[in-house]
Design a protein around this ligand. Structure first.
Ligand SMILES: Nc1ncnc2c1ncn2[C@@H]1O[C@H](COP(=O)(O)OP(=O)(O)OP(=O)(O)O)[C@@H](O)[C@H]1O
Length: 221
């Protein structure tokens, strides 16, 4: 896996006419995980979208090294297709083989994720937790160095939750990076945490315009 890193400097994020956070600095290096925590609507997903390059920063900068894979509430698997077919679509783009294990000691990914028996089931019939696992299978197949995970534990039973933590841990142990927006406590080695509440501007301090920031900042949908 290529060396991965994320460097965030003095980052500010604006949504609509609201400055959500400002002055955010962070560095994540290969092998580490970063949890982004905070109340609903504080800007966790917005931060992940900036890191993914899907939305512009209002001010400051983000530098990433390494390919990026992201999971949010959109699983990006065609609901009309059987799971196996939907995953094969991504496999054709990403390369890799989910039926094969990277390590002699662990079973293939679909089996580990409890999906091996579900490959004939249309994606739209999968349960919430099964869709989450399927999205994780797609992400693993992508072999991206940086994982951006938006609430990856929501809707998972305790077994799937533990497995997700294990897979994130393995990804980091192999030199990857994971940035995880989550309200829930995470059991991961080498985990740092950002509380976005620490970067919310004080009332009346939500205008960076005089710094020349964000004039062109229009968010993608
Ligand atoms: N395209 C947009 N235009 C304007 N405001 C937006 C847009 N998208 C999101 N917002 C607002 O930005 C704020 C932050 O949203 P975001 O989804 O980043 O929060 P979050 O911390 O991930 O929340 P949650 O925990 O509920 O998922 C919210 O108030 C939201 O309504």
């Amino acid at each position: 896996m290529q060396a991965a890193s994320i460097v965030i400097r003095d980052l500010a994020c604006r949504r609509g006419d609201r400055l959500l956070f400002r002055g955010l600095d962070a560095e994540v290096n290969a092998g580490a995980a970063l949890q982004v925590a905070g109340r609903n609507g504080i800007g966790k997903s917005s931060l992940l979208r900036i890191l993914a390059g899907l939305a512009p920063a209002y001010a400051g900068s983000v530098a990433t090294s390494g390919t990026i894979g992201m999971i949010d509430e959109r699983h990006a698997l065609d609901p009309a297709h059987a799971l196996g077919h939907a995953l094969a679509f991504w496999r054709a783009l990403d390369g890799g083989d989910l039926d094969r294990s990277d390590r002699a000691s662990s079973p293939p990914v679909l089996e580990r994720l409890g999906l091996a028996e579900l490959t004939d089931v249309p994606v739209r019939y999968l349960s919430t937790g099964q869709k989450k696992r399927a999205a994780l299978a797609r992400l693993i197949g992508q072999r991206a160095a940086i994982w951006l995970l938006d609430e990856p534990l929501n809707g998972l039973d305790s077994e799937a939750l533990e497995l997700t933590e294990t897979l994130i841990g393995e990804h980091c142990a192999a030199g990857g990076i994971a940035v995880i927006a989550s309200h829930q406590p995470l059991r991961l080695a080498n985990l740092a945490s950002i509380a976005l509440a620490d970067y919310v501007p004080a009332p009346g301090m939500d205008d960076l315009a005089e710094d020349g920031a964000g004039e062109e900042a229009e968010f993608l949908a």
